[in-house]
Design a protein around this ligand. Structure first.
Ligand SMILES: Nc1nc2c(ncn2[C@@H]2O[C@H](COP(=O)(O)OP(=O)(O)OP(=O)(O)O)[C@@H](O)[C@H]2O)c(=O)[nH]1
Ligand SMILES: [Mg+2]
Length: 351
């Protein structure tokens, strides 16, 4: 058996090298991203990828960074290595069929977590149907099944439903709130009130007030617990009370505790964490940590129209098991709003 490492700028190029040198029969044993190792190196230095691939061979060839293994006692070394490596559970170890690797590299290049992608692909090997043509659709179906989603805001329970939008600055909380308000007030004929807790940033209340004026919906401003309780009481005839909050840095821990106290004063508040797909993936988890004491009920992704890769969206909702609620796909109020669902996520990742 011949085992060789291939390094390239992306998985597609590395895979092309594997195919060129080892042929279609090559077995992909592991993949990994190689980050530029010097801490002094520029941030702009792109990371490389490395694929370790193996193929049975007849005549050993002396090549650099190549490892030759003898055939041992009739054992099928290929499957032995395959099994040992997949059992090791290491992030880079795939144990995939060569025919699956294109889908794997597509997923990883679209920002899907490498471990998650290989887990899904491995699971799809266990399916009963081994026809390569069906592999991709099996992967899509598996992915769809693990995406948590709850659809639009549910107004089935008694009394006004309170829904708050929380998240980092500038992600689109206020704009999204206006889109949702319009949907419920005009398309669903529900009674809607808007509340701003946003007394922190100059002009923030005005922004909500303008939307309220255009839609002829009441807009209230709450500075504290007493105000909020009073407002909820005043609008007890409403079906939906949408609460806009101040965007704050993920470092501001005090802020979440203040919100928690405010929400506790008025009972059940369904919290939608608003994240922009244009942000770095790392910010998703730090923001989630910041707001998790509040009890995050849903995640809502904005700015899909500006997004370049959608794997991080999948990683976040699947890993944290937070159901998706809405996607926003542009700046236009009210039209650029969609109910988030698995089909849309799959089409974002695969198209
Ligand atoms: N391209 C695009 N822009 C959006 C989308 N949603 C909101 N925006 C824009 O993002 C900017 C910020 O939107 P806001 O709604 O004010 O964001 P916010 O989260 O309320 O901001 P703060 O209250 O300052 O924290 C505005 O210019 C919006 O038009 C979207 O889906 N796509
Ligand atoms: Mg705002």
């Amino acid at each position: 058996m011949r085992i060789k490492k291939f390094t390239a700028n992306n998985y597609a190029d590395a895979l092309a090298q594997v195919k060129r040198e080892l042929g279609d029969e090559a077995l992909i044993m592991s993949t990994r991203s190689i980050k530029p190792n010097s801490p002094l190196s520029s941030r702009n230095v792109a990371s490389k990828v490395e694929i370790t691939a193996a193929v049975e061979f007849k005549e050993p060839e002396p090549l650099e960074n190549e490892l030759d293994l003898d055939e041992a006692n009739g054992l099928d070394i290929k499957s032995l290595i395959f099994n040992l490596l997949s059992e090791s559970g290491q992030a880079q170890t795939l144990g995939l069929k060569p025919s699956q690797f294109e889908t794997y590299s597509h997923l990883v290049e679209n920002g899907l977590d490498e471990k998650l992608a290989s887990k899904i692909l491995k699971k799809s090997i266990n399916g009963n149907d081994d026809k390569p043509a069906k592999e991709k659709s099996r992967v899509m179906n598996l992915m769809k099944k693990v995406i948590p989603f709850e659809g639009e805001i549910n107004l089935e329970s008694e009394g006004p439903k309170l829904v708050a939008f929380v998240g980092p600055t500038g992600v689109g909380k206020t704009t999204t709130l206006a889109k949702v308000a319009a949907d419920y007030a005009f398309r669903k004929n529900k009674k809607v009130a808007l509340v701003s807790l946003d007394t922190y940033r100059l002009g923030a209340v005005d922004q909500l007030q303008i939307y309220g004026d255009i839609m002829r919906l009441p807009v209230e401003v709450a500075g504290g617990k007493a105000d909020l309780c009073e407002i909820v009481k005043k609008h007890s005839d409403k079906d939906l009370i949408l609460i806009d909050t101040t965007g704050r840095s993920h470092r501001d821990k005090e802020y979440c505790l203040q919100l928690k106290e405010l929400f506790a004063a008025v009972g059940e508040v369904e919290t939608h964490l608003v994240l922009s797909v244009t942000a770095q993936e790392k910010l998703f988890s730090t923001t989630y940590q910041q707001f998790s004491p509040l009890g995050v009920d849903r995640v809502l992704f904005t700015k899909l129209d500006e997004g370049l890769s959608f794997g991080p969206l999948f990683n976040f909702s699947v890993r944290n098991r937070i159901p998706l609620s809405y996607f926003t796909v542009g700046q236009n109020v009210p039209e650029d709003l969609e109910v988030a669902g698995p089909d849309k996520v799959i089409s974002l990742i695969f198209n």
